[in-house]
Ligand binder design. Structure first.
Ligand code: TYD
Length: 202
């Protein structure tokens, strides 16, 4: 069982992914928790390059390929072996992030990104994706401690495109996604995710 968590920046999905992993483990499942970009030594090195603030000159295409390169490694080295061993794999972000951020956010061609993703992952698609949703302003305010007014308009528009992109991805494939309102107390969001996952028989 391969479960991914997605959401805009500041949605709280990392906290929720960890809580969900702990919860499933407590219920006796074998759980492998990991994150993207990262999760393996090579992927963490790629993460350093792709997220480094000094790499301002990075092209959108370079960014998409680096995220995909990190993904190829984590899929082959960690995710597929864990799934083969019968574990539940929980991954904080996965290929939908590339479609949302580099596709809808930066405007790269979605079909090209889908082809690159298939190449990188060998076609491994999550069984379930938990989308933790928050309005863009709320997410960015959480990240920047209320100082959204210091973020330029371009950044806000970019994140709005990312969120709208997620909503479009969900509409295309509703059966794979669970949509959660993340603008609530941590415990409420957690309980909601647990209930929805249990409803799926996990
Ligand atoms: P991270 O610090 O892990 O943030 P978060 O808690 O929001 O996941 O940084 C990951 C950043 O990388 C985040 O802003 C989303 C972005 N990202 C992409 O743009 N494309 C991708 O394919 C992935 C996996 C992440």
């Amino acid at each position: 069982m391969f479960i991914t968590f997605e959401g805009p920046d500041g949605s709280g999905k990392t906290t929720q992914a960890r809580l969900c992993a702990a919860d499933l483990q407590a219920r006796g499942h074998l759980v492998e928790f990991t994150r993207e970009p990262g999760g393996t030594a090579i992927s963490e090195q790629i993460r350093q390059v792709v997220l480094a603030k000094r790499n301002l000159a990075m092209q959108s295409e370079t960014e998409a390929l680096l995220f995909s390169a990190a993904r190829a490694q984590i899929v082959a080295e960690l995710i597929r072996p864990a799934l083969a061993a019968g574990k539940i794999v929980i991954c904080d972000r996965y290929a939908d992030s590339t479609l949302a951020y580099q596709g809808y956010g930066l405007g790269l061609d979605l079909d090209a990104l889908r082809a690159i993703t298939r190449f990188a992952t060998g076609g491994l698609v999550p069984d379930l994706t938990v989308y933790v949703d928050v309005p863009v302003e709320v997410g960015l305010a959480r990240r920047h401690r209320g100082e959204t007014n210091r973020l330029d308009h371009k950044a806000l528009e970019y994140h709005a495109r990312v969120r709208a992109g997620y909503l479009e991805l969900i509409q295309r494939e509703p059966a794979r996604w669970i949509v959660i309102d993340g603008a609530r107390e941590i415990e409420m969001v957690q309980a909601d995710i647990r209930a929805q996952i249990e409803r799926r028989g996990i």
